[in-house]
Design a protein around this ligand. Sequence first.
Ligand code: GTR
Length: 440
Amino acid sequence: MNSMNGKSIAIILSLLVMPLVNINAAQAQPTKSNEDESKVPSYTLPDPLTTSAGAKVTSGNAWRDKRRPEIVKLFETHVYGRSPGRPPRMTFEVTSLDKKALGGKATRKEVSVYFTGKKEGPKMDMLIYVPNGASKPAPVFLGLNFDGNHAVHSDPGIKLATLWTRPAKEKPLVSSRAPEESRGKSASRWAVEKMIERGYGLATIYYGDIEPDFFPEGYNVGVRSVMDAPSGSSKSVGDEWGAIGAWAWGLSRAMDYFETDNTIDSKHVTVMGHSRLGKTALWAGARDERFAMVISNDSGEGGAALSRRWFGETVERINTSFPHWFCGNYKKYNTDVNALPVDQHMLIALIAPRPAYVASAQEDLWADPRGEFLSAKHAEPVYSLLGKDGLGVDEMPSANHPVGKTIGYHIRTGKHDVTDYDWEQYLNFADKHFKHAKLQ
Ligand code: GTR
């Protein structure tokens, strides 16, 4: 076939089968990473509002009944892997309760979730603070943490976490109790007092309880070893779930618990995460519609950032550095990202019509701030179809100028981190959308 024919057939096919958001010729993404905006080649995004069979989605019902489930399936098959449902034998145990925590302002509770009902594990320990003096159950922020629950606040009543440590090659996996000095180590990332003052609770879980990170063999001791076990290799094969899928699944199990606790307003739970845990929060919120709001803090590649935009981390790079995070099929796109049937704006679209917030940091080029903004922007047509305003702006705002309606966005000055500034915007966003649910 001559090139004219080939080109016209390709254009006709793309218009018929998968009308695209930008009708620009997509170019192959170079394999190295790029942090120069002038070098970003043109790219073409799949349209969230056109089904794989080429039908245009023009109603809320068609979105909910056909296209939404189809996109969830595409992310399961090609990106994060399939996750099991709620385990039938799971149990919860309240292991501590202090009604006068944080100087009497909050109630602190610790809850163990035994995934298979067995106390030996795998299990996750959840730390919960809810404001005192409330006349109603509290809306809560739920987030996984990197360093153990005791690192979130210096409160001496929090149990020290058991942390998985990376073993020397020849030694078996070992766990150790976190040292007393590590209490409050990550407190700057968790504005606990601010949340309590403003009428919100916080629930948090050490992500290593669900699956230890940093080495592909983590699946041997996490939930993936007992639930829908992968095929005996350190890598997920095909569409078997990866670690992000497992962490997101754990967040849904926390929601199962909230539904049984009458101090928590389970209809107003915001799932939030930073970095790899921001990718996780997005996937959890996309799959599980019980989450009323979703926040991505600097989630980058495989999170809010568009994969087709060649800036910062790439699909190939993330699959090479962290082979256990995504499913086996995702590796197929290492050198051909344009062949992915989804891009990350479709992950944000799966949250619609629920409020979603995407945050970037100016110095965090690795996460591609502009790609995160554009992803939020390209999710807008789905919000509009469902009768919601999305971002409400066309241009990326300048630093420290939050924007947005049902999709919120800010880029703050500074580096890859979670700061009080970020939390203030999340609390304002939650106030805007959850006013009716707030405590008085
Ligand atoms: C980086 C990774 C990012 C981000 C980050 C984190 O090394 O490249 O995708 O997830 O880690 O989670 O801290």
